[in-house]
Design a protein around this ligand. Structure first.
Ligand SMILES: Cc1cc2nc3c(=O)[nH]c(=O)nc-3n(C[C@H](O)[C@H](O)[C@H](O)COP(=O)(O)OP(=O)(O)OC[C@H]3O[C@@H](n4cnc5c(N)ncnc54)[C@H](O)[C@@H]3O)c2cc1C
Length: 510
């Protein structure tokens, strides 16, 4: 077989290591955090974690609780708990370093930790009646795992959350809530649930609320009708649950701004932490892909020296850099991850959409680079793809988030060109070709056009974060800039061809 042309003797990839030295750049200067993260890292290295070969019966039997038990003394949820309960709420570095470390070892456990922290502990501490919050959150300090869960999605509605039909009825002592929920992480095994439900008798501002169910009711009032056999994320149990539960009056959780602000705050707080999960996961993908392609020989040379293989490795390195930039930005600039500011709403959307898209891209690249081995149940390749896929769907499908990012920019720039809009995010094209593509007006765009615009803006913003990141070297910045140029150029080309709802739109019958 001819091999001369396909192999490369070197690429423009910077020689510095990417994503090595786990979270050193996060924990630097804080010895307590470093020690805690190292302990967690070592524990996760030691224990055996479930994979795609694990039996469904173990998932339904509550394997997640034993996995939590294995790391419980490492306090993975400490960063979310209020100081009055021994926690370190508002320590963004602690949250990001924890998620990064856990997701490096096991993405499903990373999601489970994030779910506990961002979708249970944080909302309860922010919005629950204080005595109820303390009563429930103090359970996280007990020596055995306590598990919370969030029930929003219903079989007939997910993205369109306000079509929820789970209904609140006023009773003498409080409320009765009846309905059906599905895909709630920890189905059948949460000790306490947060339930999103509709109160027809409440004012418009309070029509929907979250309700904190009493701990005891998780056994009686919540009946699992079916466990789902999910494609990945083992051992998190999912399924469909029928609920009929009596709650006291102080179970309702309402913010000052009514339910839209509570929902927005919960989603925003959670999306901002995606950076940690995405970075840990991609860091692991990079380590696996590098090890495999260096060790495997094809036609007498390491696989990693094939130019197209090197290009896929570069894509993963780029993803690592983008998510590292996100982590540093979250830690240094976003400020509070607990009391999130309205100003960070836009960047939370970018982190969720771009961070999780890059997780899936990286998993696809690993699955391909591992060849047939990647298709084995025990290999990380295809399994990583299955595990990362749902991240693009939950907490707002990525297409919807890009649409919102693009739509916001269009509202701010009524008359601008694509180049003007990107310049708002400090993006200036490096090549004349891309410069020409950006020189077009984008006043009115169809949704598919706004999605493309939102994605281009997300890359531009991410480059800004990489530029400001202290752990990024000049060579890495140059490398990231080249990749962003390619991404923006491709998106701008697609935008010019499909964006305006003309070319590329589904033909309508005459
Ligand atoms: C692994 C996993 C874990 C989950 N964990 C939880 C949990 O803990 N608690 C909970 O309550 N729910 C959870 N969910 C449910 C999840 O939040 C919903 O699946 C999600 O909100 C999407 O809702 P849906 O499935 O009804 O899809 P739909 O709302 O029917 O949307 C389907 C698809 O249509 C497209 N789409 C929809 N709206 C738009 C739009 N405005 N613009 C562009 N495209 C759009 C997107 O491609 C979307 O993926 C989980 C789901 C999964 C898969």
């Amino acid at each position: 077989m001819e091999k001369s042309l396909a192999f490369v003797s070197g690429t423009k990839t910077p020689s510095e290591s990417f994503g090595s030295g786990p979270t050193d750049w996060i924990t630097q200067g804080c010895e307590t955090l470093k020690e805690r993260i190292n302990n967690l890292d070592e524990r996760l290295e030691e224990i055996s974690l479930p994979d795609h070969t694990t039996d469904q019966s173990a998932v339904e039997g509550g394997l997640i609780r034993s996995v939590f038990a294995d790391v419980w003394d490492c306090e993975p949820l400490r960063a979310y708990l209020p100081a009055t309960l021994g926690g370190e709420v508002d320590n963004a570095a602690h949250v990001i370093a924890t998620l990064d470390t856990v997701a490096f070892h096991h993405l499903p456990l990373g999601l489970a930790v994030a779910l506990q922290g961002a979708l249970f502990i944080r909302p309860v501490s922010l919005f629950a009646e204080p005595s109820r919050a303390t009563e429930v959150l103090s359970r996280f300090n007990e020596p055995t795992p306590f598990i919370g869960g969030m029930m929003m999605t219903e079989p007939q509605c997910g993205t369109d959350l306000f079509a929820a039909e789970t209904a609140v009825e006023h009773t003498k002592g409080g409320y009765r809530i009846r309905g059906q929920k599905h895909w709630s992480g920890m189905t059948g095994h949460a000790d306490c649930w947060l339930v999103f439900a509709k109160d027809e008798d409440a004012s418009r501002r309070q029509r929907f609320s979250y309700y904190l169910a009493p701990v005891e009711s998780s056994r009686e009032g919540f009946e699992v009708q079916e466990y789902y056999r999910a494609h990945g994320l083992c051992p998190i149990p999912y399924g469909r649950t029928k609920l009929d539960v009596e709650l006291p009056e102080n179970a309702v959780m309402r913010g000052d701004g009514g339910y839209p602000s509570v929902v927005a705050s919960i989603l925003q707080g959670s999306r901002l932490t995606t950076a940690g999960i995405a970075h840990g996961f991609i860091r692991r993908i990079l380590a696996e892909a590098t090890a495999h392609t260096d060790a495997r020989t094809v036609f007498g040379n390491p696989l990693s020296q094939l130019d197209q293989v090197a290009s896929r490795l570069d894509r993963i390195r780029f993803a690592e850099l983008v998510t590292r930039g996100m982590c540093e930005y979250t830690i240094n600039e976003v400020g509070s991850l607990h009391n999130v500011s309205a100003a960070s709403r836009g960047c939370s959307r970018i982190m969720k959409a771009l961070g999780t898209d890059l997780m899936c891209d990286s998993a696809t690249n690993l699955a391909l680079l591992q060849g047939s081995i990647g298709f084995c149940e025990r290999a990380m390749g295809f399994g990583a793809l299955a595990d990362s896929h749902p991240f693009r769907i939950f907490e707002g499908p990525n297409d919807m988030l890009y649409d919102q990012i693009g739509g916001d920019a269009l509202r701010r720039n009524q008359d601008g060109s694509l180049g003007d809009i990107l310049a708002e995010r400090s993006f200036t094209p490096r090549t004349a070709g891309v410069g020409r593509l950006l020189d077009c007006k984008v006043e009115e765009l169809s949704q598919r056009g706004r999605v493309l615009l939102g994605r281009a803006l997300s890359f531009a913003e991410a480059l800004r974060w990489i530029r400001d990141a202290r752990s990024v070297t000049p060579a890495q910045l140059e490398f990231a800039s080249e990749h962003v140029e390619v991404e923006v150029g491709q998106l701008a080309l697609s935008l010019s061809m499909f964006g305006c709802g003309g070319v590329g739109a589904t033909p309508q019958p005459d």
